[in-house]
Design a protein around this ligand. Structure first.
Ligand code: SF4
Ligand code: SF4
Length: 391
């Protein structure tokens, strides 16, 4: 495909590489585009990536593994869309995803991206683990398979397979059981939601996943879905309706908030911690949900809530979006976004860094160890905090 045939061929040239897209909303530094923060090279910034895409589609630059990795290092965090002053800002992530689709079309993907996508196609998860292992976390938890329950609890790949994320899944399931919420899971019939697949530009595989999941949800008569991951929340809410999938989607924090408001969850005042909150991009910038997670934390009597300097729409992404929680093109260094975020939480004076996303949880929990901060800061999902603090 030539630039003139590219869906954004007549707009991509409008980026004049001013660099505003690297800043957070409060302009405190230039490090809010995660790949730029990690590598400090213009080619890894939003503007650099758009210029490289244009040069590649104009045949001024040949494809290389390195070029593809630069394109795939974007976590689709949307910081650039908030900060870019031009009207084309609403399409920046779409442009990057469209360029990735072109790489998929041409069969020119880096090996780790290819493996990630093949694993999802073959096994329904990016880890390449067997489908029957999806349900292992639920053994001995006494959780029903979905039948005629009010809610489906859609766990997702990270919450099902990753050992750290499983703890958050179990905490959430434990609270739902304790408070009498009627819910069931799909167990080993659950499949990947496809949010990362779509962001990686594999539109054919995404459509197959979406249609398969919608068929399954309708077959079970499911109408209300609680999701653990903001990534699943985003794709079920914003993309599945295109394929006829119209369900009521609740991020789990919505459910916990209502249970607290209804007096179904009450707290002791013995959970005395200084807690800050990391906004997951797919809950915050993608779906404008900033208040409910904070309100849950603030409802716990012993907690002193602290904001980091970069918060809400100015938050620094953990680096895990668009599959990077698994392929981790931004990891392996002191300036990885997750390690930067850990330092920001610590400098804010927190001893607990809370989040509400299994992918953020994995990234930040690993970063605490890499940073050597195990004795200074713990990373907890909000479901874990609520379970620890409730009566
Ligand atoms: S994307 Fe927007 S903010 Fe970023 S360099 Fe280009 S014009 Fe500037
Ligand atoms: S979406 Fe995030 S990672 Fe991607 S270019 Fe924009 S700021 Fe950078």
């Amino acid at each position: 495909m030539a630039l003139k045939d590219f869906a954004y061929g007549d707009t991509i040239h409008r980026c004049f590489r001013c660099g505003y897209c690297k800043f957070p909303v409060n302009w405190m530094d230039v490090n809010n585009c995660p790949p730029y923060a990690r590598f400090r090279m213009e080619t890894y910034s939003c503007g650099g990536r758009l210029w490289l895409t244009r040069a590649w589609l104009n045949e001024q630059l040949e494809w290389s593994e390195h070029l593809a990795e630069i394109l795939y290092s974007c976590t689709t965090c949307k910081n650039c869309e908030i900060k870019c002053p031009l009207r084309f800002n609403v399409d920046i992530v779409n442009m990057i995803v469209a360029a990735r689709s072109e790489m998929v079309e041409r069969g020119r993907l880096p090996k780790n991206i290819k493996t990630f996508l093949e694993n999802i196609e073959l096994y329904g998860n990016p880890y390449g683990s067997g489908r029957t292992q999806r349900n292992i976390w639920a053994e001995d938890e006494g959780i029903d398979k979905y039948s005629s329950h009010e809610y489906l609890l859609y766990v997702g790949c990270a919450g099902s397979y990753d050992i750290r994320a499983q703890k958050a899944t179990k905490a959430l399931a434990g609270i739902l059981k304790k408070t009498g919420v009627s819910f069931g899971i799909l167990g080993d019939e659950e499949n990947c939601d496809g949010n990362e697949v779509q962001k990686m530009g594999e539109t054919g595989l995404f459509e197959a996943l979406a249609r398969g999941n919608i068929y399954l949800f309708k077959k079970f008569g499911i109408q209300k879905i609680i999701v653990l991951s903001p990534h699943a929340f985003n794709t079920f809410k914003n993309h599945y309706p295109e394929f006829g999938g119209n369900f009521s989607i609740f991020h789990y924090t919505h459910i916990l908030y209502n249970l607290i408001a209804d007096g179904m969850i009450t707290f002791t005042d013995t959970f005395k911690r200084k807690v800050t909150y990391h906004d997951p991009c797919f809950l915050g910038r993608w779906n404008n949900e900033y208040e409910i997670p904070r309100n849950i934390i603030k409802a716990i009597p012993g907690i002193e809530f602290i904001e980091m300097e970069k918060h809400r729409e100015g938050a620094l992404c953990c680096g895990g979006g668009a599959g990077n929680f698994s392929i981790d093109l931004l990891g392996g260094g002191k300036e990885s976004p997750a390690r930067r975020r850990i330092r920001e939480a610590y400098e804010a004076g927190a001893d607990v860094l809370a989040t509400a996303c299994p992918k953020c949880l994995i990234m930040l929990d690993n970063a605490v160890k890499e940073e050597g901060f195990e004795n200074r800061l713990v990373v907890r999902d909000i479901s874990e905090i609520v379970l620890d603090a409730c009566k």
